[in-house]
Design a binder for this molecule. Structure first.
Ligand code: ADP
Length: 243
C-alpha cells in the first residue's frame, strides 16, 4: 500500500537519507529503530513532506509522487493520506482536548462542527480521555497530551499514521499508557510506521522491524527474527549495546 523508493535527503553536506526504499502493506505496523542521528525522524517527515525529499518516489495507495517534482496539489494529497503523532505532541495550547481533535476536521476537511464534535468525543473516549474533553493541554499530563495527539491523528482517518518517537518526551511512568493506546489501535488494523526507542514495544506490536543506520536501511524483518538473529554486524552491535 505504501512504497518508498530511493528517498534521499541532505542537509547541506550532510547526506541524512541515502536512498531509502521500503514497502508497507495495509494494516502493517512497521517499527523503525536505530541509533540517534541515523535519519529515522527525517524519513518519517519526508513521507508527508514536512521535509521535502531531494529525490525518490512515494506511493500511497493510488497516489504516486515523484519527490523532486512534487506539486502543491500532490503534497496536499499526500498529507491527506497521512497523519503524524509528534514527539512533543504539538497541540494547540489555547484549545481544549476536544477542540484539538476537531480542528483538522473542521478547518481542513470542512466537516460540520456537530459531526466533528461527535467524532472527537468518540475518539477521546477511545484513548481513555472521555473525562478530559474540555481540558486545556496545560492541565493534562504528557501521557494525556500524547493521547490527544493520537486521537487527533485517528480523527483524520488517514491511510497511515506516522509516529515520531511518541513516548520519548514522557516521564517513564507515563510511557505505558501511551504504548497501550498505540497497541490497541494497532490491533484494529490501522497501518502505522513508528519510530521508537522502545524495543520491547517494537517487538510486541510491530509486524516488521526496520533497522536504520547512517541514513540507510541496514536490515529488516519480523521482530522475532531481527531481535533474536540479526544478520548484519551493525544490527548486532546496536542490539548488544542496548541489551
Ligand atoms: P534520528 O531520528 O535517527 O535520530 P534524524 O532524522 O533526527 O535522526 O537526524 C539525522 C541527521 O539529520 C542528524 O545528523 C540531524 O542533525 C540532521 N538533521 C535533521 N533535521 C535537520 C535539519 N532540519 N537541518 C539540518 N540537519 C538536520
Amino acid at each position: 500500500m505504501i512504497r518508498l523508493t530511493g528517498i534521499r535527503k541532505s542537509f547541506g553536506k550532510d547526506d541524512v537519507l541515502r536512498g531509502i526504499s521500503l514497502e508497507v502493506n495495509k494494516g502493517e505496523v512497521v517499527a523503525i529503530i536505530g541509533p540517534s542521528g541515523s535519519g529515522k525522524t527525517t524519513l518519517l517527515r519526508c513521507i508527508n513532506f514536512l521535509e521535502r525529499p531531494d529525490a525518490g518516489e512515494i506511493r500511497i495507495s493510488d497516489l504516486y509522487v515523484n519527490c523532486s517534482k512534487a506539486s502543491k496539489k500532490e503534497i496536499h494529497a499526500l498529507r491527506r493520506k497521512t497523519a503524524m503523532v509528534f514527539q512533543q505532541y504539538n497541540l494547540f495550547r489555547h484549545k481544549t482536548a476536544l477542540e484539538n481533535v476537531m480542528e483538522g476536521l473542521v478547518v481542513v476537511r470542512k466537516m460540520p462542527k456537530d459531526a466533528a464534535r461527535e467524532r472527537g468525543v468518540r475518539l477521546l473516549e477511545k484513548v481513555g480521555l472521555g473525562d478530559k474533553l474540555d481540558a486545556y493541554p496545560s492541565r493534562l499530563s504528557g501521557g494525556q497530551q500524547q493521547r490527544v495527539g493520537i486521537a487527533r491523528a485517528l480523527a483524520m482517518e488517514p491511510e497511515v499514521i506516522l509516529f515520531d518517537e511518541p513516548t520519548s518526551a514522557l516521564d517513564p511512568e507515563l510511557v505505558g499508557e501511551v504504548l497501550a493506546v498505540i497497541r490497541q489501535i494497532a490491533e484494529e488494523g490501522i497501518t502505522m510506521i513508528i519510530v521508537t526507542h522502545e524495543l520491547g514495544f517494537a517487538q510486541d506490536v510491530a509486524s516488521r522491524v526496520v533497522f536504520m543506520a547512517g541514513g540507510a536501511i541496514v536490515e529488516e524483518g519480523p521482530p522475532a527474527e531481527l531481535f533474536a538473529r540479526p544478520k548484519e554486524e551493525r544490527t548486532k552491535q546496536f542490539l548488544r549495546r542496548l541489551a
